[in-house]
Design a protein around this ligand. Structure first.
Ligand SMILES: Cc1cc2nc3c(=O)[nH]c(=O)nc-3n(C[C@H](O)[C@H](O)[C@H](O)COP(=O)(O)OP(=O)(O)OC[C@H]3O[C@@H](n4cnc5c(N)ncnc54)[C@H](O)[C@@H]3O)c2cc1C
Length: 180
């Protein structure tokens, strides 16, 4: 419901999942035609020759996409297979069985005022029970952190590390735009 980013997408996983994605109308329309990697300084920019870049910076065979369009399309494919999607409902709580295993999640209550009291739009959260519950909250989900703590998931792992990436959206003169 709130995917905004543009991205460069490697279609490898999509090729495996939905081999005929092109015929199915997946919105991957702009193949990458040129890569540039620049070091910016106060006095100018130095470009790095493509052969000197690690593979993950080489984008030939990839697509420049709108992530909003691609996730919307993927959502439709999942719904066509009978998957129910509840965009806009956060999972607020992990539910457990008596034996301590995960039973599912509960969504948060909607329509609660700033004072914590229910408003006229109040709607009680739902309990969703499942045989398997997959948590994919991103790199630092709040339920994920609780599960980490409870099941000691990080016990034999290196500490989690983070990097910050910044994207800038530029509006340019359309005559200067070159797809890919
Ligand atoms: C600036 C930037 C640029 C990037 N550019 C690219 C790129 O061009 N190409 C590329 O391949 N990768 C790119 N990446 C990396 C890529 O975006 C991530 O690796 C990828 O999105 C991680 O996927 P994920 O499913 O683990 O988590 P996310 O994409 O973070 O998805 C987690 C989702 O769970 C939702 N969520 C969290 N908690 C809850 C909850 N309790 N209940 C319900 N929903 C919840 C979040 O709202 C989110 O939608 C970029 C990353 C950044 C930060």
């Amino acid at each position: 419901a709130h995917i905004l980013s543009g991205a460069v997408m490697d279609p490898r996983a999509l090729n495996e999942l939905i081999p005929d994605w092109k015929e199915q109308g997946a919105p991957l329309n702009v193949p990458v035609t040129e890569d540039k990697f620049l070091f910016l300084s106060e006095t100018g920019a130095k470009s790095v020759p493509n052969w000197a870049l690690p593979d993950n910076f080489k984008n030939h065979g990839n697509y420049v996409i709108s992530l909003a369009n691609v996730t919307r399309w993927l959502g439709q494919q999942a719904e066509a297979l009978g998957v129910e999607i509840f965009p806009g409902f956060p999972a607020a709580e992990v539910l457990y069985n008596d034996d301590g295993s995960v039973k599912g999640v509960a969504t948060g209550n909607l329509g609660v005022g700033k004072d914590g009291e229910p408003t006229g739009n109040f709607q009680l959260g739902m309990e969703l029970h499942a045989k398997y519950t997959l948590f994919c909250e991103g790199c630092r989900g709040h339920l994920g952190r609780q599960l980490n703590e409870k099941f000691k998931l990080g016990k034999d792992s290196d500490p989690q590390v983070y990097g910050i990436g910044i994207k800038e959206l530029w509006e340019i003169d359309p005559s200067k735009h070159q797809p890919g």
